[in-house]
Design a binder for this molecule. Structure first.
Ligand code: PMT
Length: 231
């Protein structure tokens, strides 16, 4: 059986993708299945934590037993739900793939095709949920929150660009841990396996070899536990 090393700990996990409506039948979305975030939520429950799973759109995943699940669709709804539960959370893990942009307005009826005319969509920026949590904590508004985990899905040469981008993302985002996924065939989005690195704010780095998303979740929670219990 699993260690109950996270007993007494309250964790918010976001998972899945957000969807931003263009009109009543169309949306902008992404390929996140929710598998990585759901694996984290399920395992955190099994290791004794109280877990709120803020779930965007997934590939029809079953809610993990024992987690409090809040379903959302858009990035703004995800921000509201994450914020509502972060005030009492020891740990926040942002595994969701949040849309950086949304259409500036949603058309009330289906957008019509105009013969031979290109169409233009104007996008506006969504709030950065992770950056908002980091700011709130820096302002002293989240006294309970001790570990903030961001994810980064990066394309590029695994041993060069990916880590370089990720190190600067960790600095920019200001979280305590950044889980870096190398996007490609058989890893990250949609599939059951994943690989990457865990970067710590203090400069420490460890590799996450190609494995199931469950094993990946277990290594991520180990790193969270280390920060929680040894500072
Ligand atoms: O769902 P799966 O199919 O299992 O795939 C898992 C995954 C690849 C989606 C997941 O492991 C992952 O990497 N999620 C982050 C995807 C991503 O592209 O992140 P990003 O680089 O856009 O964002 C960086 C971080 O900021 C993330 O923690 C993200 O949740 C957060 N963010 C991003 C944009 C935004 N507006 N608000 C945010 O909070």
């Amino acid at each position: 059986s699993l260690p109950r090393d996270l007993a007494g700990c309250s964790i918010v996990v976001s998972a899945g993708g957000t969807r931003e409506s263009l009109d009543p039948v169309r949306f902008l979305g992404n390929r996140s299945s929710g598998k990585q975030g759901y694996a984290l939520a399920r395992l955190a429950v099994q290791r004794g934590a109280r877990v709120t799973l803020v779930s965007g759109v997934t590939a029809g995943l079953e809610p993990p037993a024992g987690a409090h699940v809040v379903q959302v669709t858009t990035a703004e709804q995800m921000q509201d739900a994450v914020r509502a539960h972060t005030a009492t959370a020891d740990v926040v893990i942002m595994a969701a793939a949040v849309a950086d942009f949304r259409p500036d307005s949603m058309a009330e009826s289906k957008i019509k095709k105009v013969q031979d005319e290109p169409a233009t969509i104007t996008l506006v920026q969504n709030p950065d949920i992770l950056a908002g949590i980091v700011e709130q904590r820096a302002a002293g508004d989240l006294p309970a929150t001790r570990v903030i985990v961001g994810f980064a899905a990066e394309t590029g040469d695994e041993h060069g660009d990916v880590l370089t981008h990720a190190r600067s993302k960790l600095q920019r985002k200001g979280c305590d841990l950044l889980v870096v996924n190398a996007v490609g065939e058989g890893k990250a989005f949609e599939v059951d396996s994943n690989m990457g690195w865990i970067l710590r704010a203090d400069g420490g780095e460890s590799a996450l070899p190609l494995s199931s998303k469950n094993l990946m979740a277990s290594r991520i929670l180990d790193a969270v536990g280390t920060l929680l219990f040894t500072g």
